[in-house]
Write a protein that binds this ligand. Sequence first.
Ligand code: PXL
Length: 272
Amino acid sequence: MKKLAVLTIAGSDPSGGAGLQGDLKTFERHGVFGMGALTLLTVQDTRGVQSVKFLDPEFVRAQIATVIQDIPPQAVKTGALGSAEVIDVIAELAKGFAFPLVIDPVIASTNGVVFMDDDAKRMLVKKLMPHAAVIMPNMPEAELLSGRSVKSHDDFPEAARAIADLGAKAVLIKGGHLEGEYSRDLLFWQGRELWFSSEYFDTRHTHGTGCTYSAAVTVELAKGQELAKAVENAKAYVTRAIRTGLDLGQGHGPLNHGAIDRNSQEEAQRIR
Ligand code: PXL
């Protein structure tokens, strides 16, 4: 039996909600074959990241080069990458990618542990970002990438344009940090501004939201969806996963990667 294959290049979250572990659960949930190349290791639980260890760039390069020549993926995503040197080797490999690349520019953990220093950020923008089909910053990441203040939805279009001007083909700024009735994200793509809106849930259990969202966009692109539809479907999935988030651990519990769409006939049959 043939299956679509996707690859995440990301850090390890041993608590299982975010990072490479969260990505693989998202891939599995969408029925594609997930592969994972590790860039960094963390010690963390639902309360936060305690420490981080970056992997050697050559070791990261070898993981990626080895798996993609054996099982060519239909799409790839990057998460937490660590050093400028690691980003450099991924950018070199990305020149040869014949499939879409999704970048989740993970700069720091929610509790402030740094995954990308200033050199790494510069390398990401200059060398890796031009290869991406889309880059998906949250509001603090959009501020750092654009050099502009991003405090409200009104700030999204200018910041997205500024990031596009740096060489991104498409920019999705995620508004999940703003509380309100709706969670609103802006996709700036082909000169257009497209807004995506979903119900906002006031919940603590959101660990892994960014990773899961970008993993779901990656799957949709692997399936051949055009970008706007990919974002729409991925956001619907993440919203379901947040709505049914898991009360696990003593901090921010993980969202529910296994969330199903009860309106979908196909999914209802699969779980019966
Ligand atoms: O959610 C961002 C993220 C990505 N990857 C790893 C993480 C985190 C947040 O803590 O630990 C490995």
